[in-house]
Design a protein around this ligand. Structure first.
Ligand SMILES: NC(=O)c1ccc[n+]([C@@H]2O[C@H](COP(=O)([O-])OP(=O)(O)OC[C@H]3O[C@@H](n4cnc5c(N)ncnc54)[C@H](OP(=O)(O)O)[C@@H]3O)[C@@H](O)[C@H]2O)c1
Length: 280
């Protein structure tokens, strides 16, 4: 049975029901409501929010888009592959929320700004930005062409900067917002054959920490995430993992983590976090 309708009940009403339950009902009834009803009303309190997920057409971004939509969040996705975006939008809409998409490349500031502004208009506002789009190009410093190196930095670092800069005026005007910047454990320590990727992600960590320090006073939570290898087109094609679902992190694991971070009380800010496969 779908419990999506429960997520549309305002959390204030949820608290009222909780108090009533604590006062009047016997143990087993309380247990049932705690498990199946209150979980959906009180804890899952991001319903009705509006989110933009960059790189939402596949991989980690798509998993986060669907996890948020499943919580009642209206979601817009961005990327260059329109087919993927259209398919994702259909899947989001099937969960009963609004969805939209915009096609643009993260390395072009004016495209990012125009695309984000059009999505904010379509959604009505923006509460959450998942700054996820990125590329993984791997190769030695000797062999990788400078153009490839520059493109990785331009997409992964400048893209994150452009998207955050585009949503910030809306969040500032709203007096609240959440920005999740997706870096990588590669940004915490460089390694062979990943100089461009690792440098781009190290810069995202630093940029994101600066954003956090500047914008938390505006009630904007900026969250820097450094996931380790997760099964996706990027990591499997890059030869980083075989993606074995029995042992290797899957996009859904990442999505649940992001969802739960966003559901924390607004007084709490997870500034930085890593996630690893337990024993890949
Ligand atoms: N998978 C991992 O092991 C892992 C670990 C740590 C961090 N990360 C980070 O997580 C994020 C998502 O990675 P993923 O594994 O899901 O990779 P993925 O499957 O390759 O997806 C990357 C996404 O980014 C978008 N994208 C790439 N370049 C773009 C550009 N120039 N303009 C617009 N969109 C662009 C792609 O959309 P289009 O193809 O439509 O352009 C795609 O939706 C990346 O930032 C990655 O660095 C991944």
């Amino acid at each position: 049975m779908s419990l999506l309708w429960l997520k549309k009940i305002p959390s204030e009403l949820g608290f009222a029901i909780k108090i009533l339950l604590n006062l009047h009902f016997p143990g087993p009834v309380k247990m049932f409501f705690r498990k199946f009803v209150l979980r959906n009303i009180i804890i899952m309190n991001i319903n009705g929010k509006n989110a933009i997920v960059t790189g939402g057409g596949r991989g980690l971004g798509k998993a986060v888009a669907l996890a948020l939509a499943n919580e009642g969040v209206h979601v817009a996705v961005t990327g260059r592959n329109e087919e993927n975006l259209k398919n994702t939008v259909e899947e989001i809409k099937a969960l009963g929320v609004n969805a939209a998409y915009a096609v643009f490349s993260m390395d072009n500031e004016s495209e990012v700004k125009t695309g984000i502004e059009s999505l904010v208009k379509q959604l009505g506002s923006v509460d959450i930005l998942i700054n996820n789009a990125g590329i993984g190009d791997f190769g030695s410093i000797e062999e990788m062409p400078s153009e490839t190196w520059e493109q990785v930095i331009k997409t992964n670092l400048f893209g994150v900067y452009y998207a955050a800069k585009a949503v910030h005026p809306f969040m500032k005007a709203n007096g609240q917002g959440d920005i999740v910047n997706v870096a990588s454990t590669a940004g915490l320590k460089g390694g062979p054959n990943m100089s461009a990727y690792a440098a781009s992600k190290a810069a995202v960590v630093s940029l994101s920490q600066s954003m956090m320090a500047e914008w938390r006073k505006q009630n904007i939570r900026v969250i820097t995430l450094t996931p380790s290898t997760i099964a996706s087109d990027m990591s499997i094609q890059g030869g980083l993992t075989d993606g074995n679902p029995d042992t290797v992190l899957q996009p859904e694991d990442f999505a649940e983590w992001v969802r739960d971070i966003l559901k924390m009380n607004r007084r709490a800010l997870i500034a930085n976090g890593s996630i690893f496969s337990t024993n890949p």
